[in-house]
Design a protein around this ligand. Sequence first.
Ligand SMILES: C[S@@+](CC[C@H](N)C(=O)[O-])C[C@H]1O[C@@H](n2cnc3c(N)ncnc32)[C@H](O)[C@@H]1O
Length: 214
Amino acid sequence: MSLATSYEVNRVRGPFNATFFGLMGPYIEWNVRHHKRRVFAGLPGAVVEIGSGVGANLRYLRPGSTLVAIEPNTAMHRRLRSAADRRGVRLDLRDSTAEQTGLPDRSADSVISSLVLCTVSNPAEVLTEVRRILRPGGTFRFVEHVAAPAGTFTRGLQRALRRPWAWTFEGCSCERDLAKALRAAGFTDVELTPYRLHSPFITFNTQIAGVAHA
Ligand SMILES: C[S@@+](CC[C@H](N)C(=O)[O-])C[C@H]1O[C@@H](n2cnc3c(N)ncnc32)[C@H](O)[C@@H]1O
């Protein structure tokens, strides 16, 4: 299914990012695995994921589950399809965007994302869309990287590197206060934990993981 959106696949960076996340996925996963295990525990048999990439989160779904994957970068699709086949997950792959998924109101029990709200053009709009498609009582489970506290070395580096980082990773910003955006989005409750990784990718180390309840 295809929706008219403002997302355009870049001929160079689209495939570059698919290769990058294919190669670096296991390293990123190793760093965030404890947080993902906690927030993705007990997912239902049908899940919507925004920005699925090459399938980093398929391992948190039970074989036989269905994943509605919203992934506008079509360069990711081949790897995502193979990963879903390997994991025994039924894939309903859509090239729409998280801002405009095209899914019906109140149709999902669970929406998940990892490292996506940093990249979408408008996180508030995406969170409104997530709330729209969640059933009352449904959950949005997330693992995201966020801005470091003001005045810290990490925050300075996030500012200094913002342009090359955004260029390389297709609009990704390390300067977003996503905890604030999540709390302002109108969920009935937001539980989140801030933490710090110790990877060499310093600008990416300040993160949050949690569950927002519709
Ligand atoms: C940093 S990657 C993370 C991929 C995957 N979730 C992971 O954890 O490896 C960001 C993903 O968000 C996707 N993306 C970018 N803009 C988007 C949008 N507006 N709606 C949905 N996905 C988007 C990108 O194509 C990419 O797959």
